[in-house]
Design a protein around this ligand. Structure first.
Ligand code: NAD
Length: 394
């Protein structure tokens, strides 16, 4: 979480702090601290990930919950934001210990989550298996299977087709919309992607499928560059599961992550982590379009520099909202117990991203501001309107 978000000191609607014991494999009992924060419930139940990470704390969890409120409002899905987490280094846990930690944490917060109340999802350190344990734990407490309590589940347990690719698909849908506005064809455009995980690899793959040329890509270890384009499908097949693997690819120049961000290209997709574009490198970025696949990859200082230079930036709250949109679809399907084919999921996702992009663009032009400010104008207004219209009880 970037420091500038933490400084905003968001006000949360409800927060829960739990301390709970887990019996480890060696018989020792360890007590863990966990949090669930529900930022705003004006527009519907809250939604947001559960993070297992050694640096999880209440402040960061609250800031991330607020971020989800705006993101859901910007793409107009009927949720407020939430976030949760446990301060734990999962690398030190066995699979059995991870399962026990998950189940005990969920039973501790079970009174404030539920399909009508607050619906968790995966985040750093949690995955589809953890979501399956969450669904099972909550269901055992209720006495019947409640698939809609959590999203990001495996497809056979009520997960949605298309969820794995959703964020990358949203990124490329927004990219294509921006290309049209900029009169810069995506076909043939030179793209650089930072990050080769879920978002980065899928965005790169879908960019290539739309005729773009991905000339640079990186992961935490390092990056590769080839002006003639990289064989993204092959790279995914060979290296997607091995961090640092892409640097073994021979038909490319090696670049480090700093160099990658300033490579000669048309479109830059930071899809790794926070604060990658900052005051020190924003002037050197060559891309005309930046699409924030990651959360918070651009600092406010870089944002100003890029705006002054006329670089078009699609902000994270819009560009990477595809994940939460398909999580919403998963919840809708679970509540109806009626499941859609992947094509239907993708078509509905693309429609929402295109409409949201058009809304944000219109607001940007109306207020003569950036896409980021325009997105927040829309998000904050939707939440404020709902709050005012609902009124104050009693
Ligand atoms: P991931 O763990 O699958 O992949 C992250 C990738 O970034 C890995 O290739 C890793 O090596 C690389 N990376 C990490 N630190 C780096 C650094 N300093 N420099 C270069 N590369 C680095 O994660 P993901 O799910 O792809 O998420 C990436 C970003 O997108 C995060 O900011 C996440 O919060 C955001 N996001 C993800 C989703 C989603 O659905 N997965 C949705 C919205 C936002």
């Amino acid at each position: 979480m970037p420091s500038w978000v933490l400084k905003t000191g968001p006000v949360r609607q409800r927060q829960m702090i739990v301390n709970f014991p887990v019996v480890l494999d060696n018989g020792r009992v360890e007590v863990f601290e966990g949090f669930r924060v529900q930022h705003n419930v004006s527009r519907g139940p809250t939604k947001g990930g559960i993070r297992f990470h050694p640096e999880v704390d209440l402040n960061e969890t609250t800031a991330l919950a607020m971020w989800m409120t705006w993101k859901c409002a910007i793409v107009n899905i009927p949720y407020g934001g939430a976030k949760g987490g446990v301060r734990v280094d999962i690398k030190k846990l066995s699979k059995r210990e991870l399962e026990k930690l998950t189940r005990r944490f969920i039973s501790e917060i079970s009174m404030i989550i539920g399909p009508d109340v607050d619906i968790p999802a995966p985040d750093m350190g949690t995955n589809a298996q953890v979501m399956a344990w969450i669904m099972d734990t909550y269901s055992v407490g209720k006495g019947s299977t409640v698939t809609g309590v959590v999203t990001g589940k495996p497809v056979p347990l009520g997960g949605s087709e298309g969820r794995v690719e959703a964020t990358g698909r949203g990124v490329i849908t927004a990219t294509a919309e921006a290309c049209q506005v900029m009169e810069m064809p995506l076909e043939g455009a030179r793209v650089v992607v930072q990050g080769f995980g879920n978002v980065g690899s899928i965005a790169a793959k879908l960019a290539v499928e739309r005729g773009a040329k991905v000339v640079g890509i990186s992961d935490r270890v390092g990056g590769i560059y080839n002006a003639n384009g990289l064989p993204i499908h092959d790279l995914i097949q060979q290296y997607a599961s091995v961090e640092g693997g892409i640097t073994d690819f021979k038909d490319a120049d090696q670049v480090n992550n700093e160099e990658l961000l300033t490579l000669d290209c048309d479109i830059l997709i930071p899809a790794a982590t926070t604060e990658q574009l900052h005051g020190g490198n924003a002037n050197d970025v060559k891309a005309k379009l930046i699409v924030e696949g990651a959360n918070g990859p651009t600092t406010p200082q870089a944002d100003e520099i890029l705006a002054d230079r006329g670089v078009f930036v699609i902000p994270d709250v819009l560009a990477n909202a595809g994940g939460v949109v398909v999580s919403y679809f998963e919840w809708v399907q679970d509540l109806q117990a009626f499941f859609w084919e992947e094509n239907e999921v993708n078509t509905k996702l693309e429609k929402i991203i295109k409409n949201s992009f058009a809304n944000v663009l219109g607001t940007m032009q109306q207020h003569k501001t950036t896409m980021r400010t325009a997105a927040y104008i829309i998000g904050v207004k939707r939440v404020a309107d709902a709050t005012v219209t609902r009124g104050i009880y009693p």
